[in-house]
Design a protein around this ligand. Sequence first.
Ligand code: SF4
Length: 419
Amino acid sequence: MNTDQKKPQSFKKIKATDRMKEIMELHFRELDEAAKTRSRKIAWCTSVGPAELLRAAGFLVFFPENHGAMLGASRMATDLIPLANALGYSPDICSYLTSDIGSYIKGNSPLSKAYPGIVGPPRPDVLVYNTNQCRDVQDWFRFYAREFKVPLLGIHTHRGVGEITRAHIDSISAQMKALVPKLEEIAGRKLDYDELKHVVGLSRQCTDLWKEVLNIAANVPSPLTFFDGTIQMGPAVVMRGEQRAVDYYKLLLDELRDRVKNGVAAVDGERFRIYWDGRPIWGKLRELSELFSGLGACVLASTYCSSWVFPALDPDDPFDSMARAYLELLIVRDEEYKERYFEAEIHLYKIDGMIFHDAKTCPNNSNNRYGMPERLAKKFDMPVLVIHGDLNDLRCYSEEQARTSIEAFIEQLAEKKAR
Ligand code: SF4
């Protein structure tokens, strides 16, 4: 190939990450302590579920999808998935679900490796899902409801939504309000409405800061990659609604602004700016990061990291604004909305080319299946690549094939630039 390939560059360390690791450990140790001592009630919540409501109701909140991502990143998932398959959970359904259930069956969790003394996820008192992202979360939580014999509560969200109407919001808001008496009964205390407003306010601050972090990648060169984002999003996922997430993103933003001021690029000699659609391939983050940076390509923005941006949250109108925030997500929307969204992202981040990760077990987050890559390629006269893989099941991913396609894709980008 003609494209100059440089020595692989590893992650350029973001100093704030040390603080992030501390607060993530604190988060898991608090949950573990509460589960062991029964000092606080624990709710398991889907990643874009009503975390604010659960915190305000007095629960500590655990996110199984975060555990799923840890199973993927630690490469434990591929060996654990067959254990869930043996129980009848198909290899074709969400590999977060199958690897997480496999981890439970085997009693083997990445949490115990990362945090000595923690055996695994904390035992829940209640399980709360929102089907806004997919139906798999409901069946995933239902498995644990049977195992732990604890209540399973859920919000059922419209899918394929174009314009969000009052009827949509009323429906979700009413479902959230209907959870309150049940949560109060499990928590053994009344919901403090002022606390709910406070938590929603903190969540809004967190989300605004996280959006600023992501948007900083619009600078040329970008001080941040998508691969950094998959790590830095931890507090936005598991600690939104808490002060420490807000404090963390202020620290991170200061560092990233310094990078911009000093012209520090996340990828030295950035030549190409790439957008990533779909789930990360968790077990291959480092390899992919090194491959792209070695080719002078910065993958700098994604649909995935933006999934935790909830600009609608409003502390003065907690229920309706939570309903809107959890409805507005890209994954909930129709194809026309998604296309407009991608167009805006391509302009904002000055994108040269797009990669769509077609994740075998997550069709919900793979936006390549209905002609989107072809439409965008034509509209923007832009190289677009579809990579076949998976979030956690590495049996669905061929590293060799991906490398060859990525190198050819970068070649196309180089040719286009040379025109
Ligand atoms: S959105 Fe995808 S990765 Fe997330 S729970 Fe659903 S199927 Fe799994």
